[in-house]
Design a protein around this ligand. Structure first.
Ligand code: COA
Length: 168
């Protein structure tokens, strides 16, 4: 049975902060999109484990938008927050921002929604504490996560109705 956030006092969000390094560069001289996606997965994972207290696996990554490039030498913040929970799933919003350390100018570079499932030692899904939205912003983010989940279901149903090699 799930417990509530009030019963656990688990951290709802986490921010990873580090420098964009020369090894993260792409052919255009900016940070590689794949590096950003790896950071998103890492921050989401740490957030999901912190919230659930279990090892967690990624089941979905979506809604990713790259708004601005990140340059080598900028300070990167990857903030991951639980925005919705199901029985075993945690829907986590991740925001990436980059700051020029010389000027302090900061820009939002990437946003994404990622879903993790808490699993036990045998790899089976386990219950997670329920996230209860507190503020209007929390409620808006939860609505967004639930809307995305509904769209995924509709998309899955459409895929299932497509002809397969077996029935074509
Ligand atoms: C995670 C896993 C154990 C769940 O298996 P399961 O218990 O049979 O799956 P269920 O259908 O009961 O789904 C469990 C939860 O995941 C959610 N889920 C499963 N697939 C999902 C998807 N593609 N997108 C979003 N949510 C998904 C379900 O909605 C459910 O949420 P809820 O518990 O809050 O209702 C299994 O899907 C798995 O091992 N997947 C591979 C994970 C992986 O290898 N990730 C990459 C490396 S980390």
């Amino acid at each position: 049975m799930s417990t509530t956030a009030a019963e656990t006092s688990r951290p709802r969000e986490i921010t990873l902060r580090f420098l964009a390094e020369p090894g993260d560069v792409n052919f255009g001289g900016k940070v590689h999109g794949g590096a950003v996606m790896k950071w998103i997965d890492q921050a989401g994972y740490a957030c999901a484990v912190g919230w659930s207290g279990y090892y967690c696996v990624t089941v979905y990554v979506g809604g990713i938008r790259f708004y601005k490039p990140i340059f080598i030498g900028q300070v990167v913040d990857v903030k991951a927050s639980v925005v919705h929970t199901g029985s075993s799933s945690m829907h986590i919003a991740v925001e990436v921002s980059a700051t020029d350390p010389r000027t302090g100018a900061r820009k939002l570079t990437t946003r994404c929604l990622i879903v993790f499932v808490a699993v036990d030692g045998g790899g089976d899904s386990v219950g997670v504490p329920a996230w209860v939205p507190q503020t209007d912003e929390d409620k808006r983010l939860e609505q967004y996560a639930m809307h995305m989940a509904q769209l995924r279901k509709e998309e899955d149903n459409e895929l299932l109705s497509l002809p397969t090699p077996a029935n074509r």
